[in-house]
Structure formats: C-alpha cells, structure tokens
Design a binder for this molecule. Structure first.
Ligand SMILES: *Cc1c(COP(=O)(O)O)cnc(C)c1O
Length: 234
C-alpha cells in the first residue's frame, strides 16, 4: 500500500469519527482513535504518527517490545489482545493502557509487576457482551463483583470497559451490544462509593466504530480502515 493511501485512510477515519460525534452531540475530543497496527511494519506506523496519531494498538507482547524501541517515545501503546500472565512483566512499564483484563489472576499479576516497577497502569475490563463462545472476556453478570475485587489493587487503575463485538456484515447488528456495555458501565458507576471515574468505553472496530461512537465509545480501535488488510502469512 502506498504511503499517500495510508494518509488518506487516516484522514477519512478521522472525518468519520468527527461526523459520528456530531450526530451523537458529542465532542470529537472525547473519542480517541487508536490506530491498530498489529502485523504492520514500523514505517507504516511512522507514517500515521507523522499525521498526528499518538495512540497505537497492538495485540502481541513481542510486537510491542520490537516496535517500542524503534518509534518515538511519546506514543501511547495500547495492549488490546489477550495477555498471558507470564508476559506482563515485559510491557507493564511500556504500555499506556491494557484493554484486556479478563481474570483476577491477570489483574493481580499486573498489580504486582507495576508496583515492582513503580508505575501505575491504566486498565479496562474486557467484557464478552455478546457471549460468544470463541471470545475472551468476562460475562456481563460477572463484572460488578470482578470490579469490586480489582479496584483496590495497587499499581493498577481501572478506567472502564472494553469489548470486541461480533464480526457482522451490517454494523447496526452490533448497536445493542454497545448500548449494553454502556449500561453496564453506568450501573457500575452508580454503585461506586468513591469518586474515581471509570467512564472509558473501548468499543468499535473498522466495521462498526461509527455506531460505537453514537452509543458512547471513548476509544475506537481501527486497524484495517487505516492500514489496509492484514497478511498473517509473512
Ligand atoms: C485487530 C483488532 C482490532 C482492529 O480490527 P479492524 O477490524 O482491522 O479494525 C480492534 N480490536 C482488537 C482487540 C483487535 O484485535
């Protein structure tokens, strides 16, 4: 893919984000576009960085470590993939946010390693709102108790919820899942006794980020729409 097409894609996605915000009566600043750069070479990331993007999403620990050293250090790296506890130590002081906390064991490991390195890591709880068997994530009914169990762990700041909606042809099919994730967050916020905000909602990908924004997403994770199709065979 030529470089000018990347720039064009990125500008288009930004425009769509802006328009979706307008439709929903929201401020564009309230939504962060994460460029999901998994499998893509650092030259492509640099290209999008040069357009002003500072938020990049990766789903593999090794890939974050490789890219981290080769790109500017004001990038906010978002770990969006399933995270194994034995790999937490490699990225805990490199990532801005971990979107995929789905077990107490993982939350405790993040806490332990963060304290060791004297950092605080922002995390989101991954929720399998559509209850797909093939997906990681907590079930909706598990989230309130889970939240109470992890909220006081040191070195870790629970900022909100994340979901990976099903792959669908028509993005409208996912609207209800986004509505449900937002409602779950409202429920958690209303039960809280402290005043720490957990208002972040990471939802929406290339096929459905506009619908997700209309329903309250604060982070959208767009890969294909910016970088083009991924080739896993190289
Ligand atoms: C790959 C990936 C994305 C981006 O998917 P696209 O459809 O290419 O936009 C978003 N979120 C997660 C968790 C991913 O693994």
């Amino acid at each position: 893919m030529s470089q000018s097409i990347l720039k064009e894609n990125y500008a288009n996605v930004l425009k769509n984000v802006h328009n979706a915000c307008e439709r929903a009566g929201r401020k564009t600043d309230d939504v962060t576009l994460i460029a999901v750069s998994k499998t893509k070479p650092v030259e492509m990331l640099q290209e999008i960085y040069d357009c002003g993007c500072r938020d990049f999403g990766e789903n593999k620990v090794q890939e974050i470590m490789d890219k981290y050293d080769k790109l500017p250090n004001d990038i906010r790296w978002h770990m969006i993939g399933h995270l194994q506890t034995n790999k937490v130590k490699y990225i805990v002081d490199k990532v801005y946010m971990i979107h995929s906390v789905d077990s107490i064991k993982l939350a405790k490991e993040i806490s332990k390693e963060a304290v060791k390195k004297n950092v605080t890591v922002k995390v989101l709880l991954e929720v399998n709102v559509a209850e797909e068997e093939t997906k990681f994530g907590l079930l909706t009914e598990e989230v309130p108790d889970f939240y109470k169990e992890v909220i006081d762990l040191p070195g870790l700041k629970v900022c909100g919820l994340m979901t990976i909606a099903p792959y669908v042809e028509n993005s409208e099919e996912n609207r209800q899942h986004f509505v449900n994730l937002k409602q779950l967050m409202v429920d958690i916020e209303s039960e809280k006794t402290d005043n720490i905000s957990v208002g972040e909602l990471s939802m929406g990908m290339t096929g459905d980020y506009e619908v997700a924004i209309e329903e309250g997403a604060t982070y959208v994770r767009v890969g294909t729409g910016i970088f083009g199709e991924r080739n896993y065979n190289i």
